[in-house]
Design a protein around this ligand. Structure first.
Ligand code: MN
Length: 376
C-alpha cells in the first residue's frame, strides 16, 4: 500500500485584491493551511507529499515564506516532498527554489523531465516544471517513458487538461487525457485549475489523474470547503482517492433579498437572520437584492461594519427602487424615454432566448436603480 497527499495552487504571497488591510492576516491563513496539510502528511503516514505547482509566487514571493516552506518540509523528513513548478513559480535561476538550500527530502522537477526512484517503496515519481510562465506546447511528447523494475509510477505536473487536440494557443502546458493516459502512470497529480476535478482513464474508466483545487480560497469564486487529495494505491495498482478539507477559512458568496427594508436596523435584522448559518470569521461576499423603497439606499459601509463577526465582508448593493415606472414612462422626461426604450426591448425579447430576456430585465433593473439613486 502506497499513500500520498496531493496538493497544488497554494499561491503563497499572491497579491489578493480588495484585502489590502487584512493581507498579512490572510497570508497567515495560507501558511496555517500549509501546516494543516503537513499534519495530514504525518498523521496519515503518507509515503509522499506531491505538490503540483503554483506554490510560492515567483513575483512577490518573500524570502521569509520560502524559509517557512523549507522548515515545514524539513519537519516531514524523511517523507519525500516532490514539487513540480507551475506558471506562477517557474524554475528560474533566481527563484528561491534554486537559490535556497533545501532539505534532502525535497525533490524538485525542472524543465527537463525528472524521475526520482524510491526502491524501498518500489515507486518512481516523475515530473516536469515550467521554465517560464507561458508554455504553449505539451511537455508530454518529451517524456522519456517509465523506468523498469518498479511497481508504482506517479507523476506530478502543472498544466491544463484540454479536450481533444491541443490547439497550440493555450499558454499553460496544454495536455490531453490521451497523452496523460499514454504515460502509463498509476496516478498523475495535476495542478493549475483551482476547482477540484478527477479524470477517468479513457480505457479503464477509473480515476487516474486529478486536480485537488486550491486548498485555501484565493477569490470570491473559490468559495466553500477546499481540499487536498489523499490517495492510496494498493499492490494491484487499485487507486482510492479521498478529498480532505484543509481550508483555514471559508469564503461564502451569498445573495440576500432585503425587499421592503427601509431602515438600516431593519436591513441588519434581515441580514443577521439570513446569515445565521454562516460561521464567524468567514470571508463573506454579500449581494443585496430586492425592491426597496426609493427613499432608502442601503449604506453598504455601515452594513460591512455591523457584520464584523466575519473576517471580511464585501457588500454589493443590487437592490432597485420601487419607482412607479409606468408613471415615469408616461411623462415626457429623459427617464421616461429611457424606460420606454427598455420596455420596447423587453417586448422584442419576448420570443427570444432566455439569455436575451435576462439581459433586458437586468438592464431595466439597472436603469431603475440609477434613476432611483438620482431622484432620492
Ligand atoms: Mn497555474
Amino acid at each position: 500500500m502506497l499513500r500520498f497527499i496531493h496538493t497544488a495552487d497554494v499561491h503563497l504571497d499572491a497579491p489578493l485584491q480588495t484585502l489590502s488591510a487584512l493581507y498579512e492576516l490572510r497570508q497567515d491563513d495560507f501558511r496555517r493551511t500549509m501546516r494543516t496539510i503537513r499534519d495530514l502528511v504525518l498523521d496519515r503516514q503518507a509515503d509522499f507529499w506531491l505538490i503540483a505547482g503554483d506554490l510560492l509566487e515567483y513575483h512577490g514571493g518573500r524570502r521569509s515564506t520560502a524559509l517557512f516552506l523549507r522548515d515545514l518540509f524539513a519537519s516531514v523528513a524523511p517523507v519525500p516532498v516532490c514539487i513540480a513548478p507551475g506558471n506562477h513559480d517557474p524554475w528560474h535561476p533566481d527563484s528561491y527554489y534554486q537559490t535556497l538550500e533545501w532539505p534532502g527530502n525535497v525533490f524538485w522537477f525542472t524543465p527537463e523531465w525528472g524521475a526520482y526512484e524510491f526502491p524501498d517503496k518500489s515507486c518512481v515519481v516523475y515530473g516536469w516544471g515550467f521554465p517560464q510562465p507561458h508554455v504553449y506546447e505539451s511537455p508530454l511528447p518529451a517524456f522519456p517513458g517509465r523506468l523498469h523494475g518498479y511497481r508504482h509510477h506517479l507523476m506530478v505536473l502543472h498544466g491544463s487538461v484540454v479536450n481533444g487536440g491541443a490547439d497550440g494557443h493555450h499558454p499553460y502546458a496544454p495536455v490531453t487525457l490521451e497523452e496523460l493516459a499514454a504515460a502509463g502512470m498509476d496516478y498523475i497529480a495535476l495542478g493549475h485549475i483551482h476547482k477540484p476535478a478527477v479524470f477517468l482513464h479513457p480505457i479503464s474508466q477509473t480515476p487516474f489523474a486529478a486536480y485537488p483545487g486550491s486548498p485555501e480560497g484565493l477569490s470570491a469564486k473559490e468559495a466553500g470547503e477546499r481540499f487536498v487529495i489523499l490517495g492510496e494505491l494498493d499492490g494491484d495498482g487499485r487507486l482510492r482517492l479521498e478529498h480532505v478539507p484543509v481550508q483555514s477559512r471559508i469564503i461564502s458568496r451569498r445573495e440576500v433579498d432585503v425587499a421592503g427594508a427601509e431602515t438600516t436596523e431593519q436591513l441588519v435584522n434581515v441580514l443577521e437572520r439570513e446569515l445565521a448559518d454562516e460561521g464567524d470569521g468567514r470571508l463573506l461576499y454579500l449581494t443585496l437584492t430586492g425592491e426597496r423603497p426609493a427613499h432608502f439606499t442601503p449604506p453598504v459601509e455601515v452594513l460591512e461594519q455591523r457584520l464584523s463577526r466575519f473576517f471580511y465582508v464585501q457588500c454589493t448593493d443590487r437592490t432597485w427602487p420601487d419607482l412607479d415606472a409606468e408613471q415615469l414612462q408616461a411623462q415626457s422626461g429623459v427617464w421616461g424615454r429611457w424606460l420606454s426604450k427598455l420596455a420596447e426591448a423587453e417586448a422584442e425579447a419576448e420570443g427570444a432566448d432566455e439569455w436575451r430576456r435576462d439581459v433586458v430585465r437586468m438592464a431595466r433593473r439597472e436603469a431603475l436603480a440609477r434613476i432611483g439613486g438620482i431622484m432620492r
